[in-house]
Design a protein around this ligand. Sequence first.
Ligand code: NAI
Length: 283
Amino acid sequence: MEIRAIMVIGAGQMGSGIAQVAAQSGFSTLLHDISMEAVQKGLLAIRKSLAKFVEKGKLSPEEMEAALARLTPCDDLAAAAECDLAIEAVVENMGVKAKIFRELDRLAPPNAILASNTSSLPITEIAAVTGRPEQVIGMHFMNPVPLMKLVEIIRGLATSDETYEAIEALSRRLGKTTAECRDVPGFISNRVLMVMLNEAIWCLYEGVASAESIDTIMKLGMNHPMGPLTLADLIGLDTVLAILQVLQDGYGDPKYRPCPLLRQYVKAGWLGRKSGRGFYRYA
Ligand code: NAI
């Protein structure tokens, strides 16, 4: 089946990035969020990101305008009737995602594929709320989407080979490299990564070192592009906490127990870069 039109649900940092890459790759792209205000915020982020590419000479002003022209904002899920593929990128919460997939199943054309950008939630469970579990799949992009090469593809128990192949081919058209992973809590990326991020937060909580020292040690010592606390701030501390809870519930292993400091920051509304404050402050 040929994918021509893509709908992205959730215009936050991941949804806007996915919509940007889809539009840049020539797809007609619908960007949806709960309000037009939220969609406009996402579109502004896309405009800023595209302008940076133009500044660096990686994109022409004409290509930027063409990409923007392929984007259609919407706040009504009924627009799913127009898409061949819906990619959901709303908050990391099963209740919210399940509600959206139920609606998408009702509204999207019968042959449309429904994908989730979830970081950790079971694709099989998301698929089970629909009448088309063979057409539901995990399409896990990395942050920031326009720069990061990987899409981790997760097959639910019922995902068909046809759906998998369509999503693998589409990811390549978006300029991404794919890797397949079974449907387990946190998949590979976050099962491995979150243990490190949580441990770094425990070190800060115990006063072992300052945030700056922890990040410098891990960045320069391990040759990572950024330290774990900087990365946690980039991901969003609410998302980090939600993923750790999924890992803890899914495996029942205390090694995933979220550090109390992380819980406290989320309660304070210190969500990292997106809220202006996390382990660091952002202007
Ligand atoms: P975010 O907080 O930046 O954006 C979430 C967006 O979803 C918001 O704009 C919100 O208004 C919208 N939303 C909430 N409920 C909605 C609904 N019922 N209908 C439509 N829109 C709704 O979060 P972010 O970081 O973009 O994460 C989104 C998803 O992507 C989560 O599942 C997360 O686990 C996953 N993800 C996050 C990564 C990261 O580094 N932040 C990396 C890879 C995946």
